[in-house]
Each structure stands twice: as structure tokens, then as C-alpha cells.
Design a protein around this ligand. Structure first.
Ligand code: NAP
Length: 554
């Protein structure tokens, strides 16, 4: 650790991360409440996950017109999206536009990685240190570190001996990687690998995809957004946003009210065909019970399996690409542009590494149990240490020196995904235990930021300076979140990152809240209305003076 310097700044709130969450949190606390706020960001620019994820084909799976902020009508009227699914560069341009419009950059320190944060009980302050030795103190510590930002690079023996180049998709270079004439190996077939495969295949001499688990994917049907459609969306924004907030997943469409089992086979097929043609994550909304009833889900899973077999010409490859070990959408479903079609190309091959696992990386390429593949470039599309990884990569210490790592040794435990018991005045935007990754992220982010802002405002109005989660409320919330997950099929995907199963040694806990975005937001509203039920609020005085009474804000 760098030598400590005196705290360079005393702040009201310190925010870690300058993605969607950090930018909006800075805006509300600084511009609405007038607080002294600083954002610390490891990257050299705004964007969060979109700052790092620049791999070929990287684009959002939510549609552009609603993968955006809703808090400013002026903003949503000014900005125009080019594509139905925005590409990573377009999202960065958007977030830079937001930073410019709201003059946010002056309070963001870039190239500044937070290494530790410790709660000082006596001073009722968080002390934060950065990699380059800066020291800052703040009353509130707000993590806006993203759910999918800690790259998961598998520890495959021999990587250091590889003579070629290798990249993780979540840490992609800023300059495009040239695949022309190269033999490329890509490991991983989640949303990322499925987006990257068709784009790399168009450039590379040969692409070998190393697949551990076959995945379902729905065509995205990406394309430009016509002017006329943009105008219609802008005219209808209030209703679109309202629908997004009322929905299960923060998307502005409702799930069909019928069961997949209540319609005739012909009607069901027609509905799936229409949803397939329309494309996108909306496919999940074709029937109400796809995620809660295995028999209903089987109809969707079978439909997609049949599509894969009809698209992929070589029956052996088609069979390898057909998912059999988990129900559709129990792992985050990817959407694609010509993913399965890409395996009909002569320069693309598929290796089933469940049947023949990777043994090592050699100077020349990848060696599986059965063969060695000579490669010039290896692309790891192997995902993230999701949700807890970005928080645990910082040495966070709460009361009595308790580390977050100790507190979460058996998996993350929070109240509402907003606070951890023993870590007063620390808020975790889209933390584990909140809907977060099961939703269209900007909706979940705005809801959390608005809740935190209101909470801090209420505390200030009441002369309160400390808020902490009641351990009993954490117990109840963890039990409720487990019940919510178990009421769905989601925990059935054994290798899902929702469960932490993709990272060896990580505790298996279903991390996001599966009870639905609208329902969750209503619970948070009730908590506020009941005087921050489940939180303990107080106004401790500095040492030497009488401690404040526990109090509750109304
Ligand atoms: P992921 O869904 O976790 O997929 C990682 C892939 O790598 C899986 O196929 C996994 O196999 C494989 N893998 C992991 N470790 C491996 C190992 N040691 N050996 C061989 N294979 C290994 O990660 P992702 O594709 O980056 O996506 C993560 C999430 O990011 C998505 O689910 C989504 O929420 C988000 N995302 C969003 C977008 C978007 O909106 N456009 C795009 C990309 C990603 P197993 O399945 O067997 O574990």
C-alpha cells in the first residue's frame, strides 16, 4: 500500500465509479442537494462497464431508447440513437454527452483506483485511499462499481507461455485488434462470446470457438432507428418510462398474461415464431410462466432448440450447439446477430470443452484432452466475477474493522441490496440482493439513486448523520430474496453467474433479487414511508460529547 498522506478532501459523499450509476448519483447529490461530492473512477473516461467492454460486436441487449436516463426530459429529447441496440461506442458518446450537459466531469477524478475504504466509528466518516496514495474522507460512501466489471480470467496453466496475443473481452484495448489473417481461439459462449463470434469470424483466417456450455440465443434483429420512429418514441417517452418502471424487468413491455400451456400447440408456435421474428429479450415475455413453470419453459426451450438445428447445417455441430442442461433464460439469455449462422462458415469450428476439457495453454495455442489447436490470438469471453467481485476487490472495512470479505464469506448479505449490516453510511447501488442484473439496468440504477438521494435528504432535514442496516432486517431480506429466487426456475441453471458458479471457490448464492423490479420499488417506497423501516438512524456526536439517540425519519 502507498504511504498514507493526510486526507486531501473532506466530502459529504464519495462515489466510486463513473458509469450510469456514478454519473447520476453525482448529479442528484451535488445539483439537487448541494452536497460536496467527488467521484473516483479507475478508467480515464466515463462509461463504467462500457468504458472497458470494447470487444468486437459489443452492444447493449436492451433497446437504445430505453437503455438511457429518464430523469431529464430535455436530455431524452435532445439525444438521438442511431441503432436499435446501441454499440459500445455509441453508449460512451451518450454518457459523455450526459457528463458534458450536466457539467459532471469537474467532480470526477479519473485514473484513480480506490484500494480501501474504512469506517471511522468515532468521527462517523469513511476514509478512502487510492492506488496513487490519495486520502479522502466522506460522511457517505456510495459504491457505483457496476455488477459486471471484475473480469474473470480462468487460471489455465501455461497462459504466460503463449507466444501470441491474448485479451479478455471486458478489458479490451482502445485500439481495435486486427484479426486479419489470424488463427483465433475464443473461449466462452455467454452474451459476450455470442456477440463477438460473428464479427471476429468475418475477419479472422480461422476462428475456433471453445464452448463449455451450449447456450440459447434469440436473434437481436438490430438495425438503424428510422427518423419517424425516433420522433414517435420522443413524443411518447412519458408513457414508455412509466411502463418500464411498472414492469417485471424494467423493460417497457408487459409479459403476456397467458400460460404457455393454456393455448393450443398451433397458437403457441405462432406466438414463438412472431417473437423470434421480432427478436430481442422480449422473447421471454411471450408467455407469463416461462420462468416459473418447467413444463411451460420446455415449450420455449424446445422451440429454440429446433431453430438451432434448422439453422446450423452440420448436424454434429448443431447438436453440440443445442443446450440441454438448463431451461431457457435461467442463465441470462443472450441475443445475437447471426451467431448460429456463423457456424456454417468454412473458417469457423466449434470445440466442445465439456467433452474434451482444456488441459493447458501452450506457446503455440490451446491443448485440450484430445487435440492441440494452434492459435495467434486467444480471446477470453469468460465473463465476470459478478456483483460481489467489484466490491470485494476493494478492501472495505466497517465497524470494528469488520471486512466486507469476512461479512460475505458465505455469500453476499444485504438489506434491499442497498446496505450491509456493520457498514454504516455505505450504500451499494445495484448491490447484491437488488433486482439489478435481472432488469434493464438504467431503471434499477435510477431507482436506487433516487432512493439514496431522498434518504440522505431526509436525514439532513432531521439532523441525522448515520444510517445502518438492522441485522434482523438483513436476515429477513435474505430469506425473502431466497424465497423469491426459489419461486422461479432461475436457480436451476447450475453454472450460472447469477449463482457465482462461474468463479471457482465462490459461494453459491443466488445474488440478484428475483421478485421483480416494480414489486421491489414498491417495497423500497414502503420502507421509506414507514420511517426507513429496517434501518437504524442516529446522530452520533463526536467523542467527548453525549451520543445521539437512535431516531427514525418519517
Ligand atoms: P458469461 O455469461 O458468464 O459467459 C462466460 C462464458 O465463458 C460461458 O460460456 C462460460 O461457460 C465460459 N467460461 C467461463 N469460465 C470458463 C473456463 N474456465 N473455461 C471455459 N469456459 C469458461 O459472461 P459474458 O458472456 O461476458 O456475459 C456476462 C453478462 O454480461 C451477461 O449475462 C449480461 O448480463 C452482460 N452482458 C451484456 C451484454 C449486453 O447487454 N449487450 C453483452 C455482454 C454481456 P459456462 O457457461 O460453462 O460457465
Amino acid at each position: 500500500m502507498a504511504k498514507l498522506q493526510p486526507a486531501s478532501e473532506q466530502l459529504d459523499a464519495l462515489v466510486i465509479g463513473a458509469g450510469f450509476a456514478g454519473l447520476y448519483q453525482l448529479h442528484t447529490l451535488r445539483d439537487k442537494l448541494g452536497l460536496r461530492v467527488r467521484v473516483l473512477e479507475a478508467g480515464s473516461g466515463v462509461g463504467g462497464t462500457w468504458y472497458w467492454n470494447r470487444y468486437p460486436g459489443a452492444r447493449c441487449d436492451s433497446e437504445s431508447y430505453y437503455y438511457s436516463f429518464s430523469f431529464s426530459d430535455e436530455l431524452q429529447q435532445q439525444w438521438g440513437w442511431n441503432e436499435r441496440y446501441p454499440e459500445h461506442g455509441e453508449i460512451r458518446r451518450y454518457l459523455n454527452f450526459v457528463a458534458e450537459k450536466f457539467d459532471l466531469r469537474r467532480d470526477i477524478r479519473f485514473d484513480t483506483r480506490v484500494t480501501s475504504a474504512a469506517f471511522d466509528d468515532e468521527a462517523n466518516l469513511w476514509h478512502v485511499e487510492t492506488e496513487d496514495g490519495q486520502r479522502l474522507s466522506a460522511r457517505f460512501l456510495i459504491t457505483a462499481v457496476g455488477c459486471l466489471s471484475s473480469a474473470n480470467i480462468p487460471k489455465i496453466p501455461g497462459l504466460e507461455s503463449f507466444r501470441g496475443e491474448w485479451y479478455h473481452t471486458g478489458r479490451w484495448p482502445h485500439e481495435p485488434v486486427d484479426f486479419t489473417g489470424k488463427r483465433v481461439g475464443l473461449i466462452g459462449t455467454g452474451s459476450t462470446g455470442i456477440q463477438a463470434t460473428p464479427v471476429i469470424a468475418e475477419q479472422a483466417a480461422h476462428l475456433t470457438v471453445f464452448q463449455r456450455t451450449a447456450n440459447y440465443s434469440i436473434p437481436a434483429r438490430n438495425g438503424p432507428v428510422p427518423e419517424e420512429e425516433q420522433r414517435a418514441i420522443k413524443a411518447d417517452y412519458a408513457a414508455i418510462r412509466e411502463l418500464g418502471r411498472k414492469s417485471q424487468n424494467g423493460h417497457p413491455f408487459l409479459v403476456a398474461p397467458e400460460s404457455a400451456l393454456d393455448v393450443t400447440p398451433e397458437e403457441r408456435l405462432a406466438r414463438y415464431e412472431a417473437a423470434w421474428e421480432r427478436g430481442g429479450l422480449r422473447f421471454r415475455a411471450a408467455f407469463r410462466d416461462l420462468l416459473i413453470d418447467k413444463a411451460a419453459n420446455d415449450t420455449a426451450s424446445d422451440f429454440i432448440r429446433a431453430k438451432i438445428r434448422s439453422i446450423v447445417k452440420d448436424p454434429v455441430t448443431a447438436e453440440k450447439l443445442t443446450p440441454k442442461d438448463h431451461p431457457f433464460a435461467t442463465k441470462r439469455p443472450p441475443i445475437d446477430s447471426n451467431y448460429f449462422e456463423t457456424f456454417n462458415r468454412d473458417n469457423v469450428s466449434l470445440v466442445d470443452i465439456k467433452a474434451s476439457p482444456i488441459i493447458e495453454i501452450t506457446p503455440a495455442g490451446i491443448r485440450t484432452q484430445d487435440a492441440e489447436y494452434e492459435l495467434d490470438i486467444i480471446v477470453f469471453a469468460t465473463g465476470f466475477d459478478a456483483m460481489t467481485g467489484p466490491l470485494l476487490s476493494i478492501d472495505i472495512r466497517g465497524q470494528d474493522g469488520l471486512t466486507l470479505r469476512e461479512s460475505w464469506a458465505a455469500g453476499p448479505r444485504t438489506y434491499l441490496g442497498l446496505q450491509v449490516a456493520g457498514f454504516p453510511n455505505m450504500f451499494t447501488i445495484t448491490g447484491p440482493g437488488s433486482p439489478s442484473v435481472l432488469t434493464n439496468m438504467p431503471v434499477a440504477i435510477e431507482q436506487h439513486v433516487d432512493w439514496i438521494t431522498r434518504c440522505i435528504q431526509d436525514m439532513r432535514d432531521q439532523g441525522l448523520t448515520r444510517i445502518e442496516a438492522d441485522p434482523a432486517a438483513v436476515e429477513r431480506w435474505v430469506a425473502h430474496a431466497n424465497d423469491a429466487a426459489n419461486a422461479t426456475l432461475l436457480p436451476q441453471a447450475g453454472s450460472s453467474w447469477y449463482l457465482g458458479a462461474n468463479v471457482p471457490g465462490k459461494p453459491r448464492v443466488f445474488m440478484p433479487y428475483a421478485g421483480g423490479m416494480a414489486n421491489y420499488a414498491a417495497i423500497c417506497e414502503q420502507v421509506t414511508a414507514k420511517g426507513y423501516e429496517g434501518f437504524i438512524l442516529s446522530a452520533p456526536k463526536p467523542v467527548g460529547q453525549e451520543a445521539g439517540q437512535g431516531a427514525v425519519v418519517g
